[in-house]
Design a protein around this ligand. Structure first.
Ligand code: AMP
Ligand code: ZN
Length: 306
């Protein structure tokens, strides 16, 4: 099998055969195209890349750096037993040091006593991933805003988008259609305290990100997904089955989702964003989710609920 571009022996075939050099060029070109097409990064932007230490967010940081964008990296230690992987921080820090990228680090300890939050998650009735994700997003936003960043980039890729698409469609209510408007490469700020979010890898596949880190010799912390998540994720299995028949179906779905607003310009999920009456962080409720958790923890500590 020959590389489709230079005709040297191919080293990888995902949708098309490539040698490693042409694969890297092709990968970077595609990300650059997404950035230009959706105006993800403008001249004066200060970009903060949220990096967990996994293949997707490390690829995102590396490709932005390679394309010449000035970036800084933020890593969050969630501090929750079973979700935390101590090596992740070291991997991200080393990656930044080798490239001279400013490295920032913060943790859930900014919000909570870490023992309290561990206890809270231990007795939680529902899966904690949604709460953990919400806390991370709140921290990304707070850190970015307080440190003058104008964009937050995450490593979300076509696989994440398609999983979310199916889960949303299965919910079967009319709000699900509105949620689709969130599935795009950029979520502009909807409040002065909310920093615009960008997803430069929107059209890239997980397997392409893994291959990118391999060919670029980037050390990845393999098991950054928490044990809660791994147990639940039947979607990876389902998508793998579809992949066997249609190898680029995720990219095609991501590209279709990008066009939703062209045909449905009023599809935006309109949430009124206020400021939390306790901490002042942006929220669609009277009290933000972080303050609600704090209230539950204090009630529990006071022995009012089990
Ligand atoms: P996930 O919801 O775990 O799939 O993560 C989605 C994106 O959030 C990743 O691609 C990263 O950009 C970012 N992210 C997740 N966990 C962390 C973390 N612990 N520190 C920094 N960024 C993270
Ligand atoms: Zn609050």
């Amino acid at each position: 099998m020959k590389c489709i571009s230079c005709k040297k022996p191919a080293e990888i075939k995902i949708t098309q055969p490539f040698c490693s050099e042409c694969f890297l060029k092709h990968y970077q070109r595609r990300v650059e195209r997404t950035i230009k097409k959706f105006k993800l990064i403008q001249k004066n932007d200060k970009v903060l890349v949220a990096v967990s230490g996994g293949k997707d967010s490390l690829s995102c940081a590396d490709v932005l750096h390679q394309l010449g964008f000035e970036i800084a990296v933020l890593h969050i230690d969630v501090g929750i037993k079973r979700c935390t992987n101590e090596r992740s921080k070291q991997v991200v820090e080393k990656f930044c040091k080798e490239r001279n990228i400013p490295f920032h680090f913060t943790s859930f300890e900014d919000f909570f006593d870490i023992e309290d939050i561990n206890k809270f998650f231990k007795v939680a009735k529902r899966p904690i991933c949604a709460t953990c994700g919400m806390l991370k997003r709140t921290l990304f936003n707070k850190f970015a805003r307080e440190n003058g960043f104008t964009k937050i980039a995450t490593g979300h890729c076509a696989d994440d988008i398609v999983k979310y698409f199916f889960k949303t469609m299965l919910a079967g209510d009319k709000d699900s259609i509105l949620w689709l408007s969130k599935l795009k490469p950029i979520t502009p700020s909807s409040h002065p305290k909310i920093v615009t979010r960008i997803r430069p890898l929107f059209e890239m596949l997980e397997i392409e990100n893994l291959t990118y880190t391999k060919f670029r010799n980037i050390t990845v912390e393999g098991c950054t997904m928490c044990s809660y998540f791994q147990r639940k994720d039947k979607w990876t299995e389902i998508l793998r089955e579809i992949d066997k028949k249609i190898p680029d179906f995720k990219i095609k779905i991501a590209r279709t989702l990008e066009k939703i607003e062209i045909v449905l310009p009023n599809i935006q999920k309109k949430e009124e964003i206020k400021e939390c009456s306790i901490c002042g962080e942006p929220t669609s409720q009277e009290i933000c989710a972080v303050c609600k958790i704090k209230q539950r923890i204090s009630k529990r500590n006071a022995g009012k609920i089990s």
